[in-house]
Design a protein around this ligand. Sequence first.
Ligand code: PA5
Length: 452
Amino acid sequence: MKTIQLNIDKALGRGEKSFALTKEQIYAQAANAKQANFTLENGTGKGNDFLGWLHLPSSITPAELADIQATADSVRAKCDVVVVVGIGGSYLGAKAVMEAIGGTFDNYRCHCGPDPQPPAKKSPVVLFAGHNISEDYLYELQAYLKDKSFGIVNISKSGTTTEPALAFRILKKQLEEAVGKDETRTRIVAVTDKARGALRTLATKEGYKTYIIPDNVGGRFSVLTPVGLLPVAIAGVDIEQLVQGAADMEKATASTVAFEDNIAEIYAATRNEIYKSGKKIELLANFTPKLHYVSEWWKQLYGESEGKEHKGIFTASVDFTTDLHSMGQWIQDGERNIFETVLSVDQVKYHLEVPHDADDLDGLNYLAGKRVDYVNKQAELGTQMAHVDGGVPNLKITLPELNEYYLGQLLYFFERACGISGYLLGVNPFDQPGVEAYKKNMFALLGKKIIH
Ligand code: PA5
């Protein structure tokens, strides 16, 4: 089995750098990381009622996957556009997988000529709503949906979150006005708690097809439940391969796997040691726009899991080479309080060479015949060398390819390492008490009646 790789060599100082962490220091944490991993598996740590994600990949059954796929197929057959409504953990996982696996311009298909895709393979345009409260966003979405055959996947574990509830109310009304109440019921799928919340009540009353978010899986750990799997299956992602990758990573990161072979334990130990050395910000960097939303998902996973009790690494992300032309200066020369984790993709999907040009007015003929990815890889290497020289410890995670299988590995790897890392930090990685503060103020300002 090929797996994603973690390389921490460039995070280790050799005395002359402004970072001086040694391999011995990291390996000295092996027992603690192993203990944290055991604690996860034994369910004896903080937040242990939210460990349902731990064995999701190996416990999801073929029948469950087939049911999700069947629903996805019927939505795909019925709708040209599907709006996925959700926020935070009920949004970012699906968005991350779709952007990483789908074609970059899939949603820009024009509806003006013959459809190049054979009908059996035709994927709907998948859009998102409920992840903001922008009136203009919702207005423009409504305008786009006018005269289109659309459906809605409404995802909310609590079933009461304001942003998705608001978007859903608006979109449901539009759908009812377009196709009538009976047809609307067949075009909505709800993913929510098994019994509680306004969305469950509404789904039961209207008779929507529903999927359950397990009680013991928190939002940011829910990408491998129907929260993530249903939307991505609608978009045409191979969910069996995604889950297979995650299941293989579940095995590879089990607490029985030796520390030196366990990339989740090594990543968790390394980032915690770097944090203790005073570098409080982790930048997740990529060299392909397809990974932008994986970074957004990762930021939530680690930020919301560890940022509590006035401690925790601040998670930030950059898209290279784009951001080398903006944040590159700060990363190279600003305050030395950051470290960088690079997501690197070994083999790209397509082949494109730099063409030769007879005039060579742009001076690029020295690259003629070289692949664009070769140029990108030299940018990646050059950036790593520069940042390490500039005092930025560098971790590298390599995916052999960007496909469903390796993405499944990556998502599970990050989840597992997050649980271990949170325990190493000494916090409960599975709660999020801080997110209530803004809601309290917003509801008071809006005059919401609190029902006790
Ligand atoms: O990770 C989390 O718990 C949050 O980001 C939630 O997913 C987010 O607030 C949405 O909550 P809900 O699914 O209840 O609407």
